[in-house]
Design a protein. Structure first.
Length: 392
């Protein structure tokens, strides 16, 4: 097991004893979820996916679909056309609140149900099947694999979705919703019923982290501007009426879903996802919040944390009488550690077994503790001639 996966595995064991919260019960299919399932996944700049726990378990994406459908609407219509119909301000209200902006009739933002339904109505044209095919294709591009609707969850959502229908009618009466109420709502129910794994969510988050380019497939999914706009709204509105406290404690753009999924993004560094069906009063995963908060703290990922230099260090490879020297300069964070590890593995595979390689980290201006732990652990797996010279 590589050192980063080992750290995630340890984190999983640390958080697993938390047993507060319960699965969502207002959608019958979700109420049947096993409350003890727990998974984490991280995807860095090289596209390597590190999943731990119940990472192969599929669950419905629910509200985590909202930022990705927003991305599609922004590409289709442009920012100003979207903002005419949906705001970008935190609501401070529950995700399913029946509340629109005075004077404009706009929902507060695209991350609450009213805003998401309005956003869905902006995607494509035609009937439900045509619109949904487009949404599924785009979200599949984000995930790097084909995603499918769980028909039983869709049926359960449709049977219990009168509140969302009421929101859609209110939007229509205010001139916000495009097209028919039935098409918008049924498409929305289906987009929320797409099946994903924690691995899928981490890759989707990483695609936003790296400016719209999927780090696994290397394909551009959305423009850099669209990715930035989506992350901006996730940062202020993605965690419902817990968004302010989340930004204070964790400091990462994020989105949660009532099936227990949680996605967070460290721009230019990684996408991280968690899954645990136990929800708090806000509809967010209890274990997911604890896991991502701990991970962000240990890797120093808060967006507003002070950085002397960029977190990916300069890497210089030089020859010396002692052997090959890899000099690191700048700041070493998660993404930078992964880059250094990649260089080390390439050298270990190409050099003779008795070669001497020294990684000189003495000139680093700053090193995140978890990054240093990861680097040290990697050296335990290297040949005997590989040495780490740390800061004095």
């Amino acid at each position: 097991m590589d050192p980063i996966t080992a750290l995630l595995d340890d984190l999983l064991d640390e958080i697993r004893p938390i047993d507060t919260g319960a699965p969502a019960d207002y959608i019958p299919e979700l109420a049947e979820a096993d409350p003890d399932r727990f998974a984490l996944a991280v995807v860095g700049p090289r596209g390597r996916v590190r999943p731990v726990g119940d990472s192969g378990h599929e669950f419905t994406i629910q509200s985590i679909s909202k930022p990705f459908v927003l991305a599609l609407a922004l590409e289709d219509r442009g920012r100003e056309a979207v903002l005419e119909r949906v705001g970008v301000e935190p609501s401070g209200e529950p995700f399913n609140a029946i509340s629109l902006e005075a004077g404009t009739g706009r929902p507060a933002n695209p991350m609450v149900n009213a805003g998401a339904i309005a956003t869905t109505s902006l995607v494509g044209e035609g009937e439900v099947d045509e619109r949904m095919a487009r949404i599924a294709a785009k979200l599949s591009d984000f995930a790097g694999r084909s995603l499918w609707v769980d028909e039983s969850v869709y049926a359960s959502e449709a049977a219990t979705g009168d509140r969302n229908r009421a929101l859609a009618h209110l939007l229509k009466s205010n001139g916000i919703l495009l097209g028919s109420v039935d098409v918008a709502v049924e498409t929305y129910f289906r987009q929320c019923s797409l099946l994903v794994t924690v691995r899928d969510l981490a890759v989707m988050g990483a695609t936003l982290a790296f400016g719209g380019i999927n780090p696994v497939t290397r394909r551009r999914v959305v423009s850099e501007t669209v990715a930035r706009d989506v992350l901006s709204i996730m940062a202020s509105c993605g965690m419902y009426d817990y968004s302010g406290e989340w930004l204070l404690r964790v400091g990462l753009p994020a989105k949660s879903g009532v099936s227990g999924g949680l996605l967070a993004v460290a721009p230019s560094q990684f996408g991280v996802a968690a899954f645990s069906p136990r929800l708090d009063a806000h509809g967010n995963s209890v274990r997911g919040i604890a896991a991502v908060e701990t991970l962000a703290d240990r890797f120093g990922m808060h967006l507003l944390e002070s950085h002397d230099t960029i977190a990916a260090p300069a890497v210089r490879v030089e020859e010396s009488p002692e052997g090959r020297v890899i000099r690191l300069d700048g700041e070493l964070g998660f993404a930078g550690t992964e880059r250094v590890v990649g260089v080390l593995r390439e050298l270990a595979a190409s050099l003779p077994s008795d070669a001497v390689v020294i990684v000189d980290a003495s000139e680093l201006g700053r090193t995140h503790p978890a990054a240093l732990i990861t680097l040290r652990a990697e050296f335990e797996l290297m040949p005997d001639g590989f040495r780490l010279a740390e800061q004095r």
